[in-house]
Structures are given as structure tokens and as C-alpha cells.
Design a protein around this ligand. Structure first.
Ligand code: DAH
Length: 360
């Protein structure tokens, strides 16, 4: 009998050790200690034994039962630890991995620069206004104090549409964003504080001109707006846009029909060593036209020019992008060459903000 018990214990202990997971271990436990289990069966058989034998065997069996229960407990703990270690290994996360592969698309420099400009202008309290690309003569020229036969019309290299049947005059592709000044003033009473981004068109093409290009127009009209505000606004704008503390600027007297007085603004730059530096240096670069809005323009829009006055400016957005990001040829902006876009474009998720940096 003792021999049988020893063999049984060895067998069952081996089975406990061999159980590869908790289910297998449970099966071994049932097989040994369950109601129909082998140890249980032997215990049940004790009643048929002689009293002496029964005591010895009973003691031995109960000890085996205790040892097996303990072995099962120990094995269960060990298996649990193994399972946890296995899950930790399988489910571990490398937090140093990038969230996702770098986005493939690129933001076009013109879109990037527009977004930068909006950030700056919104911070100054300017609202964004827009108007149509296809304009009429009144908004593009006449209301801006450029009457028919005015020589300034020649300088605009205008694309005219074909005159439609019954139309008194041909529509045209706007040659500047200035007509949106007119549309804004006709739409409601002053004050006005707007910037106008948009496409503009002129029949012209070389390294710094394309038939379609982008302008940013600004218009600020109120009762006490003066030329000092114009200067301060443009200075603050240039410092923010070029991300420098100081920008050397020069207001050069000029002429536009829709402003009086008028000026063109140059910023200091240097081209030493083939690198263009903005804001300092001995060279000058023209970046925009501006002036105090001509009373005739205000009157054409029904704005009382005795009471209201203000300033306007216009600049080329593509030109700003070329300057800031060192892009040599404007025509490439509109070639749709993916290699160019990959080189000069911007990562989509890096949105320009004043707080986080415009270009980074
Ligand atoms: N409209 C002018 C152009 O396209 C630029 C310009 C100059 C706009 C002076 C203005 C301004 O608002 O005041 O050449």
C-alpha cells in the first residue's frame, strides 16, 4: 500500500510540475484531489481496511493530499507570474517610437506664408475679407481713382474676358486685391480694419513675375487714423513676419492713384556670401506699396472723407515667401513639381502660431 501511495505521489507531483498553464494544472488537481480523484478514491477505500492498516494509510494519504495541494498552489503562483511576464513582454509599448510615419504631403510655401500672415494680422485685430477673382472695371479701376484713359491702366497688363452678349463692358481678371477695399466699404459703414489675401492676374512672366500671383491688401479707416499708424503697423508686421527684433525700413515717396500721399517700402537686406539676410545690411529691397487712402476713393464708396481717413497697403505674398524662405524663381511656385514641393514645402502638422513660432 505504501508503495502505491509513493508511486501515486510521485506521478501526481510530476504532473503538477509538468502543467504548462493554469487550465492544465486545474485538470491535474481534479484528477488527484477532485471528488473522483485518485487520492480521494484511495481515501474512500480506507473503510474496507483493517484498523491498523487504515490508520497508517490514512495518515500517509492525508499527508500526500496536503503536499499535493501545496505543490499545486506553488505551481499556480509560478504559472501566474509566467503569464504576467509573458503579457508584459508581448504588450510592451515603445513610447519613443514616432506616433506615425512622417506625413507625406507638404504645405505649399504660399499657403504657409498666408497662414503666418493671418496669425500676425489676427493678432493686430485685422479681419480677413475676400472678393471675386473676376472683377468689373468699376471695382478694379474706376472706383480706385483710375478712370478710363488713366495711364496707370497700361501698367496693369490686364487680362480681359470676352464681352458677353448684352454686356456693356468686358469683365476682367483682377490685377490687384485693391478692389476688395471698394467692396468692403460699399458693404457697410466705417470703421474698416481688414486684410485681403487673394489671387491676382497680370499678363507677365519672368523670374519674378507669373501671370497669376498672390497679394495681400490691407485697409484701415477710422476717424483719427494717420500715417504714423501706417508706419507702425507695417513695421510691426515686418518684424513679426521675418521673425527678427529689428527691421531696417525705408518709406520712399511714390505714386498710386488710390492713395495720397503714397509710398513704397523697402527693407534693409544684405546679400553677402550669396546669402540673403533680411532686416539689416546696406542693400534695399522693395516689398510693398502703401499710402493714405485718397479722398476720391472714400467718396466713390460713400464714405465721408471729411470725417474718415486711413491707410492701405498692398504686397506680393509670393514675393514675401521667396524672400523669407530663399526661393529663387517664382515660376517654380506654380509648376506643380513634386520634387520642388518636397524641398520647399512645410510639414502639415506644424501649424504656424505666434506663440509656438511662425516657421520653426
Ligand atoms: N494695388 C497696388 C498694386 O497692385 C498695390 C498697392 C499700393 C495697394 C498701394 C495699396 C496701396 O493698397 O495703398 O500694385
Amino acid at each position: 500500500m505504501q508503495q502505491d501511495i509513493d508511486t501515486l505521489e510521485r506521478e501526481l507531483t510530476d504532473a503538477v510540475q509538468a502543467a504548462a498553464d493554469r487550465d492544465a494544472l486545474e485538470a491535474v488537481r481534479v484528477q488527484a484531489l477532485g471528488r473522483q480523484g485518485r487520492v480521494t478514491q484511495l481515501l474512500k477505500g480506507l473503510g474496507a481496511m483493517a484498523p491498523d492498516e487504515r490508520r497508517a494509510a490514512g495518515q500517509a494519504l492525508n499527508q500526500v493530499k496536503g503536499r499535493l495541494a501545496e505543490a499545486i498552489e506553488v505551481r499556480r503562483d509560478a504559472l501566474e507570474h509566467l503569464e504576467i511576464a509573458d503579457r508584459l513582454a508581448r504588450e510592451s509599448l515603445d513610447v519613443t517610437l514616432p506616433i506615425r510615419p512622417e506625413a507625406e504631403g507638404r504645405i505649399h510655401p504660399v499657403s504657409q506664408v498666408m497662414e503666418e500672415i493671418f496669425q500676425i494680422c489676427a493678432d493686430m485685430g485685422l479681419e480677413i475679407a475676400e472678393g471675386p477673382d473676376i472683377e468689373d472695371d468699376f471695382h478694379n479701376f474706376t472706383a480706385l481713382n483710375i478712370p478710363p484713359e488713366h495711364p496707370a491702366r497700361q501698367m496693369h497688363d490686364t487680362f480681359y474676358m470676352e464681352r458677353g452678349e448684352g454686356e456693356a463692358e468686358a469683365m476682367l481678371l483682377r490685377t490687384h486685391t485693391s478692389p476688395v477695399q471698394i467692396r468692403t466699404m460699399l458693404a457697410g459703414p466705417p470703421p474698416y480694419r481688414i486684410v485681403v489675401p487673394g489671387r491676382t492676374y497680370r499678363c507677365d512672366s519672368d523670374q519674378t513675375h507669373t501671370p497669376m500671383f498672390h497679394q495681400l491688401e490691407g485697409l484701415v479707416i477710422d476717424e483719427a487714423t494717420h500715417m504714423g499708424h501706417l508706419k507702425g503697423t507695417l513695421e510691426a508686421f515686418c518684424q513679426a513676419f521675418f521673425e527678427v527684433d529689428e527691421v531696417k525700413m525705408r518709406f520712399r515717396p511714390s505714386h498710386f492713384p488710390f492713395t495720397e500721399p503714397s509710398a513704397e517700402v523697402d527693407i534693409g537686406c544684405s546679400r553677402e556670401g550669396g546669402r540673403l539676410l533680411i532686416g539689416e545690411g546696406e542693400d534695399w529691397m522693395e516689398i510693398l506699396g502703401c499710402g493714405m487712402v485718397h479722398p476720391k476713393v472714400l467718396e466713390a464708396c460713400g464714405v465721408d472723407s471729411e470725417r474718415y481717413q486711413g491707410f492701405a497697403w498692398g504686397m506680393g505674398i509670393d514675393r514675401l515667401a521667396m524672400l523669407k524662405y530663399g526661393i529663387p524663381d517664382l515660376r517654380a511656385f506654380f509648376d506643380c513639381d513634386l520634387r520642388w514641393l518636397r524641398h520647399y514645402g512645410f510639414v502639415p502638422l506644424d501649424m504656424p502660431t505666434l506663440a509656438g513660432g511662425l516657421s520653426r
